[in-house]
Design a protein around this ligand. Structure first.
Ligand SMILES: [Zn+2]
Length: 69
């Protein structure tokens, strides 16, 4: 039986649920359908997503950092 498995993750940008194919592995990229964030799978169990270093996410993170919360 070939059943397509999916997993769920939470977008770190907009907190929406993202359905991810279970075929994906660490380092694969997924795109949030809600906010178009380009995310990378950083952990499989539990499934966790984060912004890839070389993308907009880094600039976004730096902005947050400068505000010195
Ligand atoms: Zn999102």
């Amino acid at each position: 039986m070939t059943k397509v498995k999916t997993r769920r993750a939470i977008c770190p940008m907009c907190a929406s649920e993202i359905i991810v194919s279970s075929k994906l592995v660490e380092g694969d990229r997924v795109i949030c359908l809600t906010c178009d964030a380009n995310l990378e799978i950083v952990m499989l169990d539990p499934l966790a997503l984060y912004w890839p270093d070389e993308d907009e996410g880094k600039q976004y993170a730096q902005k947050i950092d400068r505000r010195d919360y």
